[in-house]
Design a protein around this ligand. Structure first.
Ligand SMILES: NC(=O)c1ccc[n+]([C@@H]2O[C@H](COP(=O)([O-])OP(=O)(O)OC[C@H]3O[C@@H](n4cnc5c(N)ncnc54)[C@H](O)[C@@H]3O)[C@@H](O)[C@H]2O)c1
Length: 330
């Protein structure tokens, strides 16, 4: 297929592009580089620097490359920022997303895979979380992702655009070429690795009095390569129908303390920590039920082992900085 990946120069998008190319799909990346990295786009992909709100460029890109399906990953995704700057999030994650759907309609592209998020569930009523559970986001970021899911449903009913919405849990790890490089960084594993590399003084643990096995929050980490492969599988189901899938590994998840301890083992570095109070809206446990994606898409995570996830991210960090982060290595 000919595929256009919005946000394909970002962390997850760059790995998705590696996997679509690997599966034999001709891949076009459409990214305005606001948070992306041109050098993370695979050399075999076509790169177009453009904004989703540039309707003319978007439609030309869809038509000129005979695009048959879109993987829509471009968005803003900082929860805290979305609370203080909701306009930025509604414009980019909803208004620009609708502009994409309308450009698809105008260009007769009728398949889309969407990067949704576990944040659509808010504070879940039970674990593991199933796709049929109540959606009740607790911040504008989650609201915008859920709003776009609603738009997808309406656009399918009215205009026949099929969608697969993938509700990611915590993407983590790296491929050989591509890894996590957000600015600012808010995700636990890169923060812990940056502390191991001496780029931060300590890791802040938000609460150690949760009802979990060691008092720290439990999250579901999915290796970015496993996550990317789910997109290739999701493209296939669009021949038949639309669907919503959780994209996490399920199981017991990992606590914040387990992530830090495993990173100490992987890097051989003592990682200072500081415990502060709980953050509002941080549930004790967030684990996906991955039954639906496993049974309906035949997706199976291969790299869910935490040690492997952290090793891949550490290796990538060192390669990216030509070994500079390794200065504290044991
Ligand atoms: N990282 C996670 O753990 C996680 C979890 C749940 C959901 N998600 C979702 O997955 C997607 C990718 O996340 P990521 O961590 O790779 O983020 P990222 O910021 O690294 O990538 C997003 C990319 O989109 C581009 N972009 C943003 N707005 C654009 C616009 N208007 N036009 C064109 N390009 C634009 C950015 O330049 C960037 O390259 C996002 O939609 C995010 O909400 C991520």
């Amino acid at each position: 297929m000919n595929i256009l990946v919005t946000g394909g120069a970002g962390y997850i998008g760059s790995v998705v592009v590696e996997e679509t190319l690997h599966a034999g799909h001709k891949t076009v990346v459409y990214d305005n580089l606001v948070n992306g990295h041109r050098d993370m786009v695979a050399p075999d992909a076509t790169f177009i620097e453009g904004d989703l709100l540039d309707r003319t460029l978007l439609e030309t890109s869809l038509r000129d490359h005979d695009i048959e399906a879109v993987i829509h990953m471009a968005a803003y995704s900082l929860v805290g920022e979305s609370v203080v700057e909701p306009e930025k999030y509604y414009v980019n994650n909803v208004v620009a997303g609708i502009a994409l759907l309308d450009a698809m309609r105008a260009s007769d592209v009728s398949k889309i895979v969407f990067s949704s998020t576990a944040a659509v569930y808010g504070e879940p009523e039970k674990q593991p979380i199933e796709e049929s559970d109540r959606t009740a986001p607790t911040n504008p970021y989650g609201d915008t992702k859920l709003a776009f899911e609603h738009a997808l449903k309406a656009y399918e009913t009215a205009y026949g655009i099929r969608y697969a919405s993938l509700r990611y849990f915590n993407a983590a790890g790296a491929s050989e070429r591509c890894g996590e490089l957000h600015e600012p960084e808010t995700h636990l594993i890169p923060l812990v690795l940056q502390t191991a590399a001496g780029q931060r003084d300590f890791v802040e643990i938000f609460g150690d009095d949760y009802p979990t096995r060691d008092g720290t929050c439990i999250r579901d980490y999915v290796h970015v390569v496993d996550l990317a492969r789910a997109h290739v599988k999701a493209l296939e189901i669009l021949d038949e129908r639309s669907a919503i899938f959780n994209l996490g590994c399920g199981g017991d998840g990992y606590t914040v303390s387990e992530v830090i301890e495993t990173t100490r083992e992987v890097t051989g570095v003592n990682i200072p920590t500081r415990v502060s109070s709980r953050r509002p809206g941080d549930p004790a446990v967030l684990i996906a039920s991955s039954d639906r994606i496993k049974s309906e898409l035949g997706w199976q995570p291969e790299f869910q082992d935490l040690r492997f996830i952290i090793e891949s991210a550490w290796k990538w960090m060192k390669t990216r900085s030509n070994g500079a982060v390794a200065r504290k290595d044991a």
